[in-house]
Design a protein around this ligand. Structure first.
Ligand code: GTP
Ligand code: SAM
Ligand code: SF4
Ligand code: SF4
Length: 325
């Protein structure tokens, strides 16, 4: 397994299959590309299934054991099932989706080899949902969650971005996952870096504090040192990257953009390496370079030396953790 200069092993990849989407969520960072709601028709620049699989084959050679397919909306790709089927057997496959295409396709995804899905659902109130996603698809998403559970794609994590527009719905969402076996809740701190509107952010520590009061127990997940609260039989995980040095110190994934560029960090736009028409050997080299150049985003990992060059801040070496859960 490859490690970066901070000792962070790369055990997973997140592959964006498209930047298209049928929603237009007001907060969307589009996996680092920044523009909400990409074009609706298939684009020439999307990786083909062959290109995705070629990259995954190379990643598997480096013992990358997990792949997350995301987007844009990855289920807009009609060849998603094919890509999943052709993903190396050694990889655990999950998908993050807005859920609208799960009815009618969840079973096929499970048959192809997806083990679990994360479904975005920011509110239990259809009107609020419509305002946030700019869509009228609330019922369809709820149906999609049911379809995923019926197909055995469990646990289904409900992804909820916590910001000014949703914070009031957190207690209802916590109740919802407690009521239903197979559901978990993932509260994602709003990230304004790429999406803009920093005034929408709320203090995620208040949510931690509230959950700590409700929880019977709290666990730490190895990836990102995320906290998991167990409330009335339900599990609530908080994804809180913003300004969080510990989160980045435990980041074990390399990303691929829909147009086939490798990148070491969600928030960086200056480290993209295009795989384009590369041979496998070239992809290997590019993957190694990408890992070697990964730098945690939050924290003073790079400092200026006496000659004005940016160098690794030695106080962070070796990195605190390795591995993934
Ligand atoms: N800054 C940052 N944000 C992340 C990272 N991982 C996840 N997030 C945020 O959390 C969102 C939801 O991630 P998901 O695609 O559901 O997957 P996940 O929670 O990371 O992975 P699993 O819990 O293993 O399913 C992402 O779109 C980001 O907004 C990360 O490494 N860095
Ligand atoms: C970019 S979407 C792609 C997958 C799919 N379309 C979906 O919505 O699940 C992946 C996740 O990123 C989250 N997300 C988008 N913009 C965000 C932001 N500015 N801050 C935090 N999370 C964000 C969404 O809620 C979603 O759960
Ligand atoms: S559904 Fe996902 S990709 Fe589409 S706009 Fe919403 S968060 Fe962004
Ligand atoms: S380094 Fe930090 S901000 Fe960048 S992808 Fe990893 S956890 Fe996210």
């Amino acid at each position: 397994m490859l490690s970066d200069a901070f000792g962070r092993e790369v055990s997973g990849v997140r592959v964006s299959l498209t930047d298209r989407c049928n929603f237009d969520c007001v907060y969307c960072h589009n996996e680092g590309l920044g523009d909400t709601r990409g074009p609706q028709e298939p684009q020439d620049d999307e990786m083909t299934a062959d290109e995705v699989v070629r990259f995954l084959d190379v990643a598997a050679e480096y013992d990358v054991g997990k792949v997350k397919f995301t987007g844009g909306e990855p289920m807009l790709r009609e060849d998603l099932e094919e890509i999943v089927r052709r993903t190396p057997d050694s990889m655990e496959i999950s998908v993050t989706t807005n859920g609208t295409f799960l009815p009618g396709r969840a079973e096929a995804l499970a048959d192809a080899g997806v083990v679990r899905v994360n479904v975005s659902q920011d509110a239990v109130d259809p009107e609020a949902f419509a305002e946030i996603t700019q869509s009228g698809a609330y019922d369809r998403v709820v149906e999609g969650v049911d379809a995923a559970l019926d197909a055995g794609l469990a646990p289904v994590k409900l992804n909820m971005v916590v910001f000014e527009g949703t914070a009031g719905y957190v207690p209802e969402m916590v109740d919802r996952v407690a009521e239903r076996d197979g559901l978990q809740l993932q509260l994602i701190e709003y990230m304004p870096e790429i999406a803009g509107n920093p005034e929408w952010a709320i203090d995620i520590e208040r949510v931690h504090g509230w959950l700590a009061e409700q929880a019977d127990r709290v666990e730490h997940r190895e990836m990102h040192d995320r906290r998991r609260y167990f409330v009335d039989g339900g599990m609530v995980e908080i994804v809180d990257p913003v300004g969080n040095e510990t989160f980045c110190a435990n980041c074990h994934r390399v990303r691929v953009t829909h147009d086939g560029k490798l990148k070491g960090c969600l928030n960086r736009g200056d480290d993209h390496r295009s795989m384009g028409e590369m041979t496998r050997d070239e992809i290997r080299e590019t993957f190694e370079e990408t890992v070697a150049n990964r730098v945690p985003y939050y924290g003073e990992y790079l400092v200026e030396d006496d000659d004005g060059e940016w160098v690794v801040n030695e106080k962070y070496l070796p990195a605190p953790t390795a591995g993934d859960d």
